[in-house]
Write a protein that binds this ligand. Sequence first.
Ligand code: XBP
Ligand code: MG
Length: 258
Amino acid sequence: MPDLKGLIFDVDGTLAENEQNGHRVAFNRAFADAGLDWYWDEETYDRLLRVFGGKERMRYYIDDFLGGLEGVDDLDGFIREVHASKTEHYGRLLRTGAIPLRPGIGRLIREAHEAGLKLAIASTTTLTNATTLLAQSLGDESVTWFDVFACGDVVANKKPAPDIFLHALVELGLEASECLAVEDSHSGLASARAAGLRTLVTVSTSTLGQDFTGAALVLDGLGEPGAPFMVLGGDAEGARWVDVDFLRRLHAHNKPGA
Ligand code: XBP
Ligand code: MG
């Protein structure tokens, strides 16, 4: 096994618990601005989360929940417009500080940067959503710690297709065997695994109970000194929180997944 050289992080659910209190709220604000009488409550949004990508999610809602949309000639253009407004609302929400990073994320990213690991983002979400979240929580400079932001529409096929992780690897100039992915969802894990990546799963509120077969390890979070993680699948070999040394060990043990 080659040495660990890079970490590739998912964003939504992994860096922050931001689906219900972030993306959902922003969608509903954009719908109201557009004069639509749509409102995605938490239960509806949970069902919609099976489709990744905000524009794709809106199309799924129109097709499968509304049975189509009358009186709109250019549906793609309409979705793009409402989604752009959603991104504005989401950015405003992020800048209020309402959406913090999950415990341990800031510590691990800082430590990995200081240890000289290459860092990448591989997310379905829009680029500005990822950079704003980091800048807001860790300061503007933290954005420069990342060598690659593989986000949103930069690839044709979103997760669970492997495209976004393959794109991140090409941009990093690293092999899959030199990296670890950190994900929170079944589709994200499928995407990372299909790209050949060993994957640590930190389950989020939206993904609890999903199937994480094939993950290197499944945890309830990264843990912190004084607030250890809980192991949900696999063997953490007595560790209590995830740091760079732990990730090097997890990467080196090329064991079958949990
Ligand atoms: C999760 C998603 C995203 C967001 C919406 O992505 O499905 O689509 O809910 O983001 P990941 P946009 O876990 O890969 O970060 O509205 O910007 O598409
Ligand atoms: Mg995610």
